[in-house]
Structure formats: C-alpha cells, structure tokens
Unconditional design. Structure first.
Lengths: 117, 109
C-alpha cells in the first residue's frame, strides 16, 4: 500500500515568491495534517482536516499561508509571499477516524524541504 | 512553558546497553500518548503507543505516569540501528497532537 505522498521533495525560492506543496494521503484516511518542522524541533501543527473541513487551523499564519483539501482527498498548502523564516520541512500526515472520537496514529509523508533565500 | 518537554540529549549509549529517557507534559487532560522515531532527514514514524498500564514491544518499554505527567521510553540491548531522535507525542481531548522537540540517542560500537 502506498504511503503518504508529497511533492516536491525540495524547493528553493527567493523571498517574496509564492510556493505550493501537495499531499496525497493514504487511501481511506479521512484526517489530514500539515506540519512545519524546524531543525532541532518537533513538528508543529499548521492545519488539520477531517474530510474537507479544516477543524483546527489556529496555528496557521493566515496572512500568508493558505490550504485547501478539495473533495476530502489531496491537499495543497500555499505560502504567499514566502519569508526567510519560512525555511523548514513541511510534513503532511494522515490518519483514519475522527480525531474527536478516536485518536489513531499518524502516518507521515517524506516532507518538502523549503529553503527561502 | 512548552506543552511537551524532552531532554534533547544526546544520550550516548554503548551497543548492548540500556537507555531510558522521559517526556513531561503540561496538560493533565491529555488523552493519548505515543513515541515516534525520526531518523536524520527522514519523516517521523510511529514506534509505539503508550498505554496506562505500560507496554512492551520487543526491546522497547513505554510507561505512563499520569500523576506526575510524564511518559518514559526504555531501550534494552541497544543496537546501532536504534540511533535516532525519539519524539514524544501527546494528544488532547480534541485529538490535537503535540510533539516534543525530541531526544537524540546515539548508539556507539
């Protein structure tokens, strides 16, 4: 069974440019997460979807970040414009079940390593 | 104060030895607990869930102490392949996952 797929794996952009990341979760997983991980830190949640609904976006910097999950499957995370401090690894994860009812383990994709110059 | 705190290490462990480390959490209403393993430049992968009664998976033993609000991980008979960063994960009643910054373990020959 295929795992969580993310693309691109690496991205280098200049500050003020836009960038987008794509995630395809494990088939059948209705909950999807976007995390940002800085060097030496644990992943920090940006947004969590249950099906098409964003149930937790409290940590998403909404002035420059946006996300969507059309049809409750694939998801895209966008940054516009990017800043130097956005350099990090962006991880997508998925799990099965409604997290308010049943917490199950998350499966992570390989991440997108973003460098903003 | 961070919601989930871990000793960053590194814990330098001779091959075959035992290593143990803790993770403390601040939310007394936390519901689920996990240990994830992350290799350098790789994604986190679930190592094991942590149950109230404690649980073991091969050479790995996890314990939960709700009264003192910490979980622990013990690795017996350490292998070189155990070298990694171990992430403590705690969820709240809304299912939100909170990750610690990780504890680095380096197993030496």
């Amino acid at each position: 069974e295929a795992g969580v797929v993310q693309s691109p794996r690496y991205k280098i952009i200049e500050k003020k440019q836009p960038v987008a990341f794509w995630c395809n979760p494990i088939s059948g997983h209705n909950t999807l997460y976007w995390y940002r991980q800085n060097l030496g830190q644990g992943p920090e949640l940006l947004i969590r979807y249950e099906n098409e609904e964003a149930v937790d976006d409290s940590q998403l910097p909404k002035d420059r970040f946006s996300a969507e999950r059309l049809k409750g499957v694939d998801s895209t995370l966008k940054i516009q414009p990017a800043e130097l401090g956005d350099s990090a690894v962006y991880l997508c994860a998925s799990s099965f079940g409604e997290t308010s009812v049943l917490v199950s383990e998350q499966y992570f994709g390989p991440g997108t390593r973003l460098t903003v110059t | 104060r961070k919601e989930v705190e871990q000793d960053p290490g590194p814990f330098n462990v001779p091959e075959g030895a035992t290593v143990a480390f803790n993770c403390t959490y601040s939310n007394s209403a936390s519901q689920s607990f996990f240990w994830y393993r992350q290799d350098c430049r790789k994604e986190p992968k679930l190592l094991m869930s942590v149950y109230s009664s404690g649980n073991e998976d091969g050479r790995f033993t996890a314990q939960l102490n709700r009264a003192s609000q910490y979980i622990s991980l013990l690795i017996r008979d350490s292998k070189l392949s155990d070298s990694a960063t171990y992430l403590c994960v705690v969820t709240d009643s809304w299912g939100k996952f909170q990750f610690g910054a990780g504890t680095q373990v380096v197993v030496t020959p």
